[in-house]
Write a protein that binds this ligand. Structure first.
Ligand SMILES: Cc1cc2nc3c(=O)[nH]c(=O)nc-3n(C[C@H](O)[C@H](O)[C@H](O)COP(=O)(O)O)c2cc1C
Length: 265
């Protein structure tokens, strides 16, 4: 599909999204990947519920993601209508947590393997925690890309990790199950769209520690459109984020994980 640019020229959807991300011309047109190139985190959702059949089908597609050694050490629970208000509070009152029609909590899950195993020593290692966390990420991304191909919108919410004990209590999670992030799915409200967020130049990502000196300037229109209160640039925001990390309640993550049966040795 072609899009009209501000200069009046038309461009394919893929090329237009490429330009918004990187500020240059796409190396080639890939119409089949236009939806993937133009994906973004939605924060304004229409209230229309998703059909149960669609949820079940999308969940099944997510389960087909690659999984370390086939062990499938993840789980994802739907956050119910009754749990939404409390989850909204726990995530710092982010409104999309209340308004998105489908909210899933993705978890690293050792509980299943622990029940099956007669000698679960391996579960006490950092390696097995990473395996479970990565499996949850791969599955959630499959769900995202599949939903996006169907014209749905998504948003991750990681701020549940500020309040892990309360999230576990709300969702009645057993030991050896660690909530990692929420995934919101629904239809984006056309009256409240988020813009495409530019990315670092690929050259910077294709080398360890690579830098992109143009990025702070390229990000400015995005921050302006998102009407963030501060006029800090991307580098300054990164520094703030690292400086304030301990204030977000995640400083005790390791001891909390250990108390829930993840030894991380
Ligand atoms: C693990 C994870 C946690 C995130 N947590 C939040 C969040 O708490 N609230 C939110 O609005 N967006 C959240 N996001 C979305 C990011 O802010 C977003 O992906 C990033 O700014 C890039 O923008 P884009 O997805 O629109 O391209 C999260 C994304 C990831 C991957």
């Amino acid at each position: 599909m072609a899009r009209q640019e501000s200069d009046g020229n038309t461009m394919s959807e893929f090329s237009s999204a490429w330009k918004a991300r990187f500020g240059g011309e796409a190396p080639m047109d890939l119409p089949e990947l236009a939806a993937t190139m133009a994906r973004k985190s939605a924060r304004g959702f229409l209230p229309d519920p998703l059909a149960e059949e669609l949820k079940t089908a999308l969940f099944g597609v997510a389960q087909c993601a690659a999984t370390t050694c086939g062990l499938q050490m993840w789980s994802a629970l739907e956050v119910s209508a009754e749990q939404r208000d409390r989850m909204w509070e726990l995530t710092g009152k982010q409104d999309h947590v209340r308004t998105a029609p489908w909210v899933l909590c993705f978890c690293a899950d050792h509980a299943r393997a622990h029940q099956i195993s007669t000698d679960p020593g391996g579960l006490g290692t950092l390696e097995f925690f990473l395996m479970a966390a990565m499996d949850a990420c791969f599955a959630s991304e499959r769900l995202c890309t599949s939903a996006e191909q169907l014209g749905l919108a998504t948003c991750y919410v990681g701020s549940i990790r500020n309040r892990m004990p309360e999230v576990c209590e709300l969702l009645a999670l057993p030991d050896r199950v660690a909530p990692l992030f929420l995934l919101l799915v629904g239809r984006e409200d056309p009256a409240d769209p988020t813009p495409l967020r530019p990315r670092l130049a690929s050259d910077a990502i294709r080398q360890p520690g690579g830098r992109d000196e143009t990025y702070d300037d390229r990000m400015r229109p995005y921050f302006d459109q998102m009407s963030r209160q501060s006029d800090l640039n991307w580098s300054e925001r990164l520094q703030n984020r690292l400086r304030e990390h301990h204030q977000r309640g995640r400083g005790q993550l390791v001891s909390w994980l250990k108390s829930r049966g993840f030894d991380l040795e």
